[in-house]
Design a protein around this ligand. Structure first.
Ligand code: NAD
Length: 292
């Protein structure tokens, strides 16, 4: 297929390279103009998107997505797949669907889980919203960049699944960090806490696979000076999206709200650029009543 890829950053560049590796012709555009293996760079978004069977976007936020879509939906070939893999607010995702559908294009919102390493190794999970037929036709594209694609429902359903998943992740990481902090104060060895919890009812991905305590559990960013991984500010972005969505549909998410506040404070006080699990270090140095 001839595929346009717009937004060749930490995630987009390896995803575009994997599409090229699978034999697709990939035309890329990014305002930073990075060189990406196998990808031919165009001078603008509209030039890149013209005449392509599929147009993939991997951009920082909903506002940028809207401005890029304003440039490219007018040049999309009839029936082209317009797949947005960025994590954006649900309103922008639905707006993008509406704009694309009005032009006879086939839109999908398809945010990903798996991070930079998943993008590099084509091991991403795609959560997809949009029409079933478009999803089915995009499966070959998802296969080239990931290991799993789940059709979650209609327009915006992929973004809904993404923010629900990451709200659980943000809350569960804080729960695990609190448990290690309490264990420290109680004189309980961190390794012993891991041995018990990872095989008990408190087990979860944050404890078992991404343990925030250095030297405990499988290798994780904690064993690498908390280099991301998944940066705290990206967790804050996703928690913010979950709270905006919860506000719009009047869903009660008190723990999500508290997690957002904790990560906002953490990012503002030195957490930016560190893995989101580094909140353990801050918590471990606090007194009762303080907040990270
Ligand atoms: P990034 O900042 O590395 O990449 C974004 C790219 O978009 C940059 O290269 C930037 O130059 C480009 N860009 C910005 N405005 C543009 C425009 N108008 N036209 C063309 N290009 C433009 O970010 P990233 O880490 O690759 O993340 C991309 C998206 O994926 C975000 O929505 C993020 O939330 C999501 N995501 C990231 C991760 C992660 O671990 N990094 C994991 C899952 C999802």
């Amino acid at each position: 297929m001839k595929i346009c890829f717009i937004g060749l950053g930490h995630m987009g560049a390896p995803m575009a390279a994997n599409l090229a590796r699978c034999g697709h012709q990939v035309i890329g555009f990014d305002i930073a103009r990075p060189a990406v293996e196998g990808v031919t760079l165009a001078d603008g978004a509209a030039e890149a998107a013209t005449g392509c069977d599929a147009v993939i976007t991997m951009l920082p936020d909903g506002q940028i997505l809207r401005s890029v879509y304003a440039d490219i939906i007018t040049v999309g070939a009839a029936n082209a797949l317009f797949i947005d893999c960025s994590t954006v607010d649900i309103a922008s995702a639905r707006w993008a669907h509406g704009q694309a559908r009005a032009r006879g294009l086939r839109p999908l919102d398809a945010p990903v889980s798996g991070g930079i390493s998943g993008a590099a190794t084509a091991a991403l999970t795609f959560m997809v919203g949009g029409e079933e037929a478009a999803f089915t036709d995009a499966l070959g594209i998802f296969d080239a960049m990931g290991k799993r694609a789940v059709h979650c429902g209609s327009a915006g359903a992929g973004q809904a699944a993404k923010i629900c998943n990451n709200m659980i992740l943000g809350i569960s990481m804080l729960a695990v960090c609190e448990a290690f902090t309490l264990a420290d104060r109680l004189g309980l060895d961190r390794q012993k806490l891991f041995d018990v919890v990872s095989t008990s009812s408190g087990s979860c991905w944050s404890m078992n696979s991404y343990c925030p305590a250095p030297g405990v559990g499988p290798h994780s960013p904690a064993d690498n000076g908390y280099r991301p991984g998944f940066a705290a500010e990206l967790m804050l972005k996703d928690l913010g999206l979950s709270q905006d969505a919860a506000e719009d549909c009047a869903a009660p998410t008190p723990l999500g709200a508290m997690a957002t506040t904790i990560y906002r404070d953490f990012v503002a006080s030195g957490g930016r650029g560190r893995d989101f699990s580094a909140v353990l270090e801050t918590m471990a140095s606090m007194g009762r009543g303080d907040r990270p």
